[in-house]
Design a binder for this molecule. Sequence first.
Ligand code: NAI
Ligand code: MG
Length: 356
Amino acid sequence: MTHKILVLPGDGIGPEIVAEAIKVLNVFTAEGSLSVEMEYANIGGAGYDAEGSPYPASTQTLAKAADAILLGAVGGPQYDNLDRPLRPERGLLAIRSDLELFANLRPAILYEALASASTLKPEVVANLDLMIVRELTGGIYFGKPRGIDVMENGERKGYNTLVYSEPEIDRIARVAFETAMKRNKRLCSVDKANVLEVSELWREVVERVGKEYPAVELSHMYVDNAAMQLVRSPKQFDVMVTTNMFGDILSDAAAMLTGSIGMLPSASLNASACGLYEPIHGSAPDIAGQGAANPLATILSVAMLLRYSLNKGELAERIEVAVKKVLAEGIRTGDIYTEGCRKVGTAEMGDAVVAA
Ligand code: NAI
Ligand code: MG
């Protein structure tokens, strides 16, 4: 079976890191363990420059036909003065909502060789490997009504609406349980059910879906406690599922437990298992074009792509093992460099993973 992969390099370091990820993918196509058809298209500033839109119609057409999408990063200071609808970041929001990518999977993995990169004590984070499943297309970021109104007395009020429908909760819960089934069968659902009615519904629906996954050990936690537990004892978690805003905050906190922005991949999935895979970092304009960026987050995004959209878990694992090996050998890009290691550039890091 030939899989259609759409590649969106984007801006800044995007093209450099994506090139390394493609090198890794090509290892599998060359040996015959994978058959892919790759298309390239523009997004973000690159889309604006070439076609006048951060999410051009031509890109949209290819995205809708793809089995999986690999994205580098978007954005850069040269686009800061554009009208909001033309800014690179709008391209990212547009493709997410266009493809209904409602499930955002963000792993936080601490690689043993990088243990000293975390700000937490080594024993607290050693071997940390958790996955946050964040709802991405609903909740307070999208709820209506929203706005800033002037009241009769002249004072202003701002408001947003936190709303989730039962089907929205149901589908993200299913992704979370499926994810837990592929891992260690433990799921913690994070809400604020002691205060919010919408959280009450969330909890009820997650419980109901959970009945279909008796093998998964389900627990619930209030979000304030979850924030505390993440920094106190993060290894108690395996998979966490939560709403858009809680997930935004908790996943950034969890990512930083590992101390390295250049290492973390992400997946955004929809109901048909088509997914968008990208590193969590941005376009790093400060180091773009220098061949200095760390491609590992993008390479690990390819591993997620193989696992979640192409059902090639064994190939994903080979990438993850190779990355660990390269790190254990002391090979480092600048962002993760420590004394005594061998400092390499973007392409050399990609080559090292290919070799491993
Ligand atoms: P950033 O993640 O691009 O960079 C933050 C810092 O981390 C910089 O010092 C950068 O050099 C470093 N860094 C990031 N990725 C790295 C890598 N792979 N290897 C080595 N060092 C790396 O965030 P920043 O500076 O806030 O944003 C820059 C641009 O990226 C902005 O236009 C922003 O809107 C955009 N952005 C795009 C995202 C996306 O495409 N998903 C996400 C976040 C920001
Ligand atoms: Mg965030």
